[in-house]
Design a binder for this molecule. Sequence first.
Ligand SMILES: Cc1cc2nc3c(=O)[nH]c(=O)nc-3n(C[C@H](O)[C@H](O)[C@H](O)COP(=O)(O)OP(=O)(O)OC[C@H]3O[C@@H](n4cnc5c(N)ncnc54)[C@H](O)[C@@H]3O)c2cc1C
Length: 432
Amino acid sequence: MQKIIRGGLCNRCGSCVGLSDGKIVFDNKEGRYLPQIIAEPDEPTMQLILKACSGKSFDFPAYREHIYGNDTAFHSYTGSYKSISIGFAPDTDIRLNAASGGIISAILIYLLEKTLIQGAVVLGMSKTNPWLTQPFIATTREQIMEASQSKYILSSVNEILPEIGAFDGRLAYVGLPGQVQSLRVLQKERHPWVQNIDYIFGPFYGNTLHFSSIKSFLRSYGEKDYHKIQKLYFRYGEWPGNMRVELNDGKVFQLKKFYANYLIPFHIVKNSLICTDLTNEFTDVSGGDAWAPVYEERGKGFSMVLARSSKGQQLVEAMTNEGWLSTTPLDLETSIAMHSHGYDLKKRGAFIRMKFMRLLGKPTPDYGYSITGFGFSRYLMEIVIDSLFVVLGTSFARRIVELLPPTFVGNLFEKSRDIWKKSTKNIKRQDL
Ligand SMILES: Cc1cc2nc3c(=O)[nH]c(=O)nc-3n(C[C@H](O)[C@H](O)[C@H](O)COP(=O)(O)OP(=O)(O)OC[C@H]3O[C@@H](n4cnc5c(N)ncnc54)[C@H](O)[C@@H]3O)c2cc1C
């Protein structure tokens, strides 16, 4: 297990902590956020922990066949799917409160109100340390709404596996790809704590950030003490929303989401760069942002929805028929083109990065598949990207950027990103 942690493979899904009966804890959630073994778990528990460690390995083809069978449509970028659509929750309270179109929150509320579940495993913000996230089981519409919106800092939903196991009733679960994959392993192993989970949902996943991003964001506004944070939002207000911090002295710092993206190269969790699952491929239904000018211009909130299992497809259909969701079918090609940047990062970049890591003698995850055959220009592009992450991730670079006004840096970042996207469009779209 130390090899996994030291080798940078831990994706912080939280399963090892949840399964360990208090013997493994996360040491410093405001710092490196890594599991720490305080007492050795017994041998069978350790074996299970290693098996459920999606940072180490997860067999994509085997689980695809196990969960969706061979007759479900599949693409190596999107994973298995029964349908792809653009959607949103017509309930404006849900939609405007959510990250994108409010699809995930609407599904959870629907399942609760139809008594198909009694609770939903979601990620909210901590009540005691409101600058940190906290997974919990929501049992009311209000609690689900409270937990909506994306959290872009490291979080570990599977820490609460014992609570999930002890819950009296049926559950839905929301998690990032690594968390979902680990849960799928536990379900296949028939672990008793996950037998009450009937539905698995999840957001798309480009990357996540270290907590240092929050400290740095505050310092850019001249605030040094993150303990003053009373409320922290990553997608506040109308889509695509804002990063917003409210302090206990009444101060509020707010920055457009696209501007706040400037934090990514400075604080990205390197492990997210070797995750090859953009669209949360092992869920019943997954949702991402509907990135396309036609939707972005309209605001309000639009999601891309992938229904993958029969159960997920039936749910999306029933909710659409009953007016809980508005969905418009989308073809595979358009859906891939809308996320070409993300697919390039995950289905090309990640495999190239893992190749570089192996050349340097570092361990890489075993996903049971690989995608190869990229041109020289794509390798060159990867070297530029990785070098930027290395340079900008240094404390010197982080300090420099904090001296500049966030709106200025954000604006500069957005413009540079647009130029970068346009100039690398051909390399990225080759053979998409
Ligand atoms: C770290 C991260 C990276 C993402 N990257 C991309 C991307 O590159 N491209 C893209 O199109 N979309 C990305 N998304 C997804 C997007 O931001 C929305 O979450 C998605 O479109 C669902 O929107 P919604 O309105 O249906 O969700 P909502 O109705 O707002 O519900 C969101 C649900 O996700 C749960 N949740 C939020 N954050 C986390 C987390 N960190 N871990 C586990 N559960 C969480 C919440 O508990 C809530 O139940 C990312 C999301 C996250 C959390």
